[in-house]
Design a protein around this ligand. Sequence first.
Ligand code: SGN
Ligand code: CA
Length: 542
Amino acid sequence: MNKKIQLWFMLVLPMLIFGLPSCTTTQKEQERPKRPNILFIMSDDHAYQAISAYSDKLIQTPNIDRIAREGILFTNACVTNSICAPSRATILTGKHTHINGKIDNRMPFDTTQITFPQLFQNAGYETAMFGKLHFGNNPKGVDDFMILPGQGSYINPRFISPNGDTIITGYVTDVITDLTIDWLDKKRNPEKPFLMMYLHKAPHRAWWPSPEKFKAFSKKTFPEPESLFDDYQNRGAAAKTARMSILDQMLSYDNKVLPGALEDLGITDNDPRNVRLFNKLDFSRINEEQKLLYQPILDSITQDFKKRWPGMTREDKMRWQYQRYMQDYLACISSVDDNVGRVLDYLKESGLEKNTMVVYTSDQGFYLGEHGWFDKRFIYDESFKTPLLIRWPNEIHPGITNDEMVQNLDFAQTFLEAAQIDAPADMQGESLMPLLKGDVSKWDREAVYYHFYEYPELDHSVKRHYGIVTKEYKLIHFYYDIDEWELYDRKKDPQEMKNVYNDPAYAEIVAKLHDELVALRKKYKDSPELDKKFIDMYRNKN
Ligand code: SGN
Ligand code: CA
């Protein structure tokens, strides 16, 4: 057969039999249900303990709660690596850290990798991202974006956009929301479904609230967690050497005690970062008008500290710093909640609500004084678990609570399935769709895998570790400059106060979990060779 005839058989004949390709697609388009919009809301360092749908001990978050009340609340949602940029890399690629290569906040992200917004864009979605990405590069696969440079600022933040940088006057949580609503309302193409990544900077350290919330929350008192004065008995070296204690590592800058006050009190071991951060970061950005609002509150906090300082014991100091920390952290959350409410109201008023999947999560959890800590990094529950609430009218039955072991690794495949887009075969998560539909019998995952790398590091010094977590147990291996194993009984010891790895009563469980951990590492293609590779990479870099 000559080439022309061959081509005729291959291309033209099937068209005559089956119709033109465009007709088939159009027919298919009409047949399939309308593709949903996806609104992905993520905050930075939002502990589930500070969402009233999980616990109302600290704060009421009526707007975030609405998502769960009208949808699903995951109580065992967790991350693969509890730190900002690696968590974001996992979410975007649907792959574990050791595969996507973003092992910590410092190493560059390989931007040649496929991220799920690119797949949405290719499939005809209109895509946008507003807020904190914290990747060191601009996002791919978004039609429009305005992102904070690095960690960004709380007050009068600077944004990077496709058209250059701009500074917007205002409080960051309000500003990111204004940008988001403005895009939804005026800028997007209403003919297309959208994927919106609405990413808050709050409540990341150093927890600068808006003036109104600062005023209101600086007068409140919060209950202390049971383990505020943890002495780390019955735990290994990692918990004892971590530098994230509210008492010892939190700075007066974090607590908003004005520079100069410590010198006035004759405190000689004052950390130079106190003055530097005050001068460099958020406080230095405020304008005269904003200063009038912030200054009286800062003065009153500083006076309060000065008054209490003489005779202040370490215990008093811990208590005072914990209260200051909670006042500011929760004030930031309260602004996030108000602003989530604004966006949910917008969806309702605009009629978009019905066909929009709304997801609320954080890039990881956070310690709110448990074990005496702030920050994250550990596989221990408060930082390992992350909030996850999803609403999708007509698809998710309202008010479901689910305790399956789900991970940020699963997000990409979930959103892709919801949007009827094929997920690449090398993504490592699982679509949460059966759980969203309430069909738990179709979910067979028993355990999740975790791996943290950012060590050695001066700030918080959490040792490298990996582990396996089931609903009942957590087996952890700390390595690099130690070689220690820990086992926690999650049901009997939910606060994780006692490592039972060497308790003979748990010998069988330890053996079984060791095997399962080996299998899990194999399944996800992690290995001792990769552990070594990432250690060497660090040594060469530092
Ligand atoms: C900053 C913070 C740390 C925090 C990291 C990572 N120090 O360095 O406390 O752990 O960010 O946070 S600060 O004094 O500069 O605020 S992450 O969320 O970006 O991973
Ligand atoms: Ca974070």
